[in-house]
Ligand binder design. Structure first.
Ligand code: 13P
Ligand code: SF4
Length: 301
């Protein structure tokens, strides 16, 4: 009997499909993916792919971004219920109300947002390019949605005051500063890498604030041998497999787990390819307004 991995590979070739996976996916999903990366790397990759079919192993807004950039391709998500609670924290209506309150401001939206919110924004950003994106706007007021933590991190970096929306990632909020402190005592030589979605007390304890893709590049290039990792647990698969001589210590491994990212399983990937489901599409008028804010971001870095 063929293994599930073999069945996926066979069907993937028949369908002319490619499998993209986010760095927070289950280990076995990352292992069968053609490309694994952070939000920015995945949106760039999705736009470049020549394959007709993309199986997007991540959460819904990521597949939606790929669908906006490549409406002619078939974008499949193995579980349509893999959403992002942070993205759901702001609606287009709420954003319109905020814009009316701050008419001169430019709206920067984290890609962790719906297509409707992107359609209301001037430009998107991810955690790896947020500083450059906001810097590119010059001396204007910035209205940043939905992540209060990433927004505060960028505002501090640029020495500016932003209008911050009060959204957050429930998974990153579960990472506690007391636990980072305890790990620093246990591993005094380790570099602390934290994601900017972490709360301020955790960010203040970090040596480096990095997107998941940046963490992979940083750990590879560093001469250090030990790393304390304050982000979702799934990133440790790549960190460990790509850096055999180095040690990675996840903070709060029992609770820094995104339940939505973990909804994608090998079985669902196989079903997705068998049934060509669930297809992610975006209404053309929304996509037409959202594509500009994504493309403006992609042109920057
Ligand atoms: P990055 O992979 O871009 O760092 O994003 C983290 C995240 O929370 C995605 O949902
Ligand atoms: Fe959303 Fe946080 Fe999960 Fe990323 S880790 S998908 S931001 S809930």
């Amino acid at each position: 009997m063929k293994s599930i991995e073999e069945q996926i590979q066979e069907l993937k070739a028949q369908r002319g499909a490619v499998i993209l996976a986010h760095n927070y996916q289950l280990d076995e999903v990352q292992a069968i993916a053609d490309f694994t990366g952070d939000s920015l790397e995945l949106s760039r990759k999705a736009a470049q792919m020549t394959e007709e079919v993309i199986v997007f192993c991540g959460v819904h807004f990521m597949a939606e971004t790929a669908a906006i950039l490549s409406p002619e391709k078939t974008i499949l998500i193995p579980d349509p219920n893999a959403g992002c609670p942070m993205a759901d924290m702001v609606t287009a209506e709420q954003l319109r109300a905020l814009k009316a309150k701050h008419p001169g401001a430019k709206v920067v939206c984290y890609v962790n947002s719906s297509a409707e919110v992107k359609a209301e924004s001037d430009i998107c950003c991810t955690s790896s390019n947020a500083v450059k994106v906001c810097e590119s706007l010059g001396d204007v007021q910035i209205l940043f949605v939905p992540d209060r933590n990433l927004g505060a991190f960028v505002a501090e970096k640029l020495g500016k005051e932003f209008v911050l929306y009060n959204g957050f990632c429930p998974t990153h909020e579960r990472i506690r500063d007391v636990d980072v402190k305890a790990m620093k005592e246990k591993y005094p030589e380790a570099v602390v890498m934290a994601h900017p979605e972490c709360s301020r007390p955790v960010r203040e304890l970090a040596d480096e604030l990095l997107s998941t893709g940046q963490m992979c590049h940083y750990a590879k290039a560093s001469e250090k041998k030990e790393f304390i990792v304050a982000t979702e647990l799934g990133i440790n698969y790549r960190l460990r497999t790509e850096n055999p001589g180095k040690s990675f210590y996840p903070v709060n491994p029992d609770r820094a787990v995104c339940p939505n990212m973990k909804k994608i399983t090998l079985e669902k990937i196989l079903w997705s390819l068998q049934d060509m489901k669930e297809r992610v599409t975006v209404e053309p008028d929304i996509a037409a307004r959202a594509v500009g804010s994504i493309q403006r971001m992609l042109e920057i870095v």
